[in-house]
Design a protein around this ligand. Structure first.
Ligand code: LR7
Ligand code: MN
Length: 582
């Protein structure tokens, strides 16, 4: 009897246990199912691997490259597919204040999802290229000073979500002592929760400036390749593979994605394609891709060489980058490092190339949301940084920089011995080699010329002058009292092929002005006969085919120069160049 009782009780216990087990199984299964379908994945920590104090709540597992899942796109949200954002009149209310402080429309940016869709701006051919699976890995380094939440995180999301998992080692955010509250602990927490292992945040110990900050981030990177981006970029579809692929075949190539334009006003994303040049004032400029470069490409989607780069978006083999000297650690805050590394890599045996299948957008801002004064540059950091680059890399051609910056002659530019040692160690070519081989289109102001320098009329004691007007478009040639070589606005060249010109613009016969004609400076065009001039033995400068002469009759400071009927006995038609080389 008692046996029977025990037997029945045991049965009950088994039934009960079975029921509990089944319910448990059901709950577990349900939970698992939910997990798979939820856009935000919560993954419990592996029990055996934790040494943490036991806690009843399920732990989130740290996000890693293996378990990271991109959030779903924000259907129908503002800015999707790279469209511009519309603002309501109320939203635009204090827009001017925002633009003045940030130099871009932060309010529009805040309306756009942190992870948005973009138009694929690549050449159609790019989409069918397949890359090997054994590409080198990348560390993406983003330095920031007073950048704002939405553009910074949009940069991070675009990089992580558009890079193949196995190729992206890490994203390194370098905070260069930002004064923005939200970029402190809130950023740490957000990144920890949403990107885990994938994002590392470094805080600069002192204000480094963007150049040193990039070195600082680069030195901690562990990927085979380092990629620098500004903190207001959006990486587009397939941006990383073509870069890694090129570095795999050529470790000495520094690579730039093509920089698409993100409007600073409405955040619209637009495609673009050029190469980089420079002004002798050592500012970067965009030039159209030279024909020789196009002709040398096997396919239009192949990487192609560029004389210089803009600076912000650059990829390099990590070890090679530091072998050739990284960035110049004595450059301050902003400017010059992009031309410095461009000249250096070309002169020292590597190359600088643009990768057309890699597209990354950048918000172009007309100003900087941070202090630009520096300590050593004392307010002119670009000037001092550029002195360093001119002194180390440009040999005698640095004369053109000082022509623009006469005020800097004799000023302190710090110690450059380490940088000169790099040039020696790597047995680099000279700057003439660079000009001849890498940038033959660059006009050298005093080579292949008949005359160069100030163009002086003794009768009026006036010189030809641009009056400092923007020389990117067209401007009226004028006269001003001669500055004895101190003003770059008064330097002109008369070339052996008959151009009267500046660095990029040529004098051409302009419109009517009374009984005379004006003279314009416009983009140089060899085929334009109106741009040909001769400097006669009798001292006149004659325009062809009009046969008119440069004249300063009745003119004073800042007046436009005129073309008049030639009369070599008129003192106002006599011109003398600073130097002649026949
Ligand atoms: O002290 C500073 N510390 C920083 O970390 C100053 C700036 N920064 C950060 C800043 O927050 C940003 O993320 O450095 C990055 C670049 O600064 P921007 O965006 O104000 O510079 P920019 O876009 O006007 O400048 C271009 O030229 C610079 C010269 O030093 C750098 O090379 C920038 O990286 C470069 N940007 C680009 O080339 C993007 C394409 C635009 C063009 C042309
Ligand atoms: Mn920028």
């Amino acid at each position: 009897h008692s046996y029977w009782l025990i037997y029945r009780r045991r049965n009950k216990v088994i039934v009960l246990l079975t029921v509990v087990f089944c319910i448990g199984l059901l709950i577990f299964h349900n939970k698992n199912n939910k997990r798979e379908h939820s856009p935000i994945r919560i993954i419990e920590e592996n029990e055996s691997s934790t040494s943490q104090v036991s806690n009843d709540k399920p732990k989130k597992q740290r996000i890693t490259a293996e378990n990271y899942q991109p959030p779903p796109p924000c259907d129908g949200c503002p800015g999707e597919m790279g469209r511009g954002v519309r603002m309501t009149p109320e939203e635009s209310n204090d827009l001017e204040v925002v633009m003045k402080q940030e130099f871009f429309n932060l309010k529009a940016s805040d309306k756009v999802s942190l992870w948005r869709t973009l138009p694929d701006t690549r050449d159609g051919q790019c989409k069918s290229i397949s890359y090997t699976s054994d590409l080198p890995t990348a560390s993406v380094i983003i330095v920031f000073k007073n950048e704002r939440w939405s553009p910074v995180l949009r940069t991070v999301y675009s990089v992580i979500n558009r890079s193949p998992r196995h190729l992206l080692k890490e994203v390194i955010l370098v905070d260069d002592q930002s004064d923005i509250e939200e970029m402190g602990k809130r950023l740490d927490d957000y990144c920890e929760e949403n990107f885990g292992d994938l994002v590392k945040i470094l805080r600069a110990p002192t204000r480094l400036g963007l150049i040193k900050a990039k070195n600082f981030g680069g030195r901690t990177a562990i990927g085979d390749v380092i990629v620098f981006l500004d903190a207001h970029c959006e990486a587009n579809q397939g941006w990383l593979e073509p870069i890694l692929d090129r570095i795999k075949t050529k470790r000495t190539a520094l690579l730039c994605p093509l920089i698409d334009m993100i409007s600073n006003y409405d955040l619209a994303y637009m495609g673009d394609a050029n190469v980089g040049g420079f002004w002798w004032s050592l500012h970067f400029n965009w030039i159209s891709i030279p024909k020789r470069t196009r002709d040398a490409q096997k396919s239009r989607v192949d990487p192609y060489p560029s004389p210089t780069m803009a600076g912000g978006l650059l990829a390099a083999d990590r070890k090679y980058f530091f072998e050739i000297g990284g960035y110049d650690d004595d450059m301050e805050v902003w400017g010059g490092e992009n031309l410095e590394i461009s000249f250096r890599v070309w002169m020292c045996g590597g190359s600088l190339e643009f990768v057309p299948c890699s597209r990354v957008g950048h918000i172009f801002r007309p100003g900087h949301p941070y202090n630009m004064t520096g300590v050593k540059g004392k307010g002119d950091v670009h000037g001092r940084n550029s002195m360093r680059l001119a002194e180390v890399w440009m040999d005698d051609y640095k004369r053109f920089y000082y022509m623009h910056r006469h005020d800097l002659i004799g000023k302190d530019f710090g110690d450059i011995s380490d940088r000169l040692a790099i040039r020696k160690r790597l047995n680099c070519h000279n700057f003439k080699w660079y000009l001849d081989n890498v940038y033959p289109e660059k006009f050298i102001l005093d080579e292949n010329v008949l005359g160069f320098g100030e163009v002086h009329n003794p009768a009026r004691s006036l010189c030809l002058d641009t009056l400092g007007k923007d020389e990117k478009g067209s401007l009226t040639l004028s006269v001003f009292s001669c500055q004895n070589g101190v003003s770059a606005n008064q330097y002109f060249s008369l070339t052996k092929n008959a151009q009267l010109r500046r660095e990029d613009t040529c004098a051409v016969i302009g419109g009517r002005s009374g009984d005379a004609r004006s003279v314009q400076l416009v983009h140089c065009e060899y085929s334009d006969k109106g741009q040909t001039w001769t400097h006669e033995k009798n001292g006149t400068i004659v325009n062809h085919p009009s046969g008119l002469c440069l004249d300063v009759e009745n003119l004073a400071n800042s007046q436009p120069i005129l073309l008049k009927t030639c009369n070599s006995s008129k003192a106002t038609q006599q011109w003398i160049f600073g130097t002649y080389s026949f």
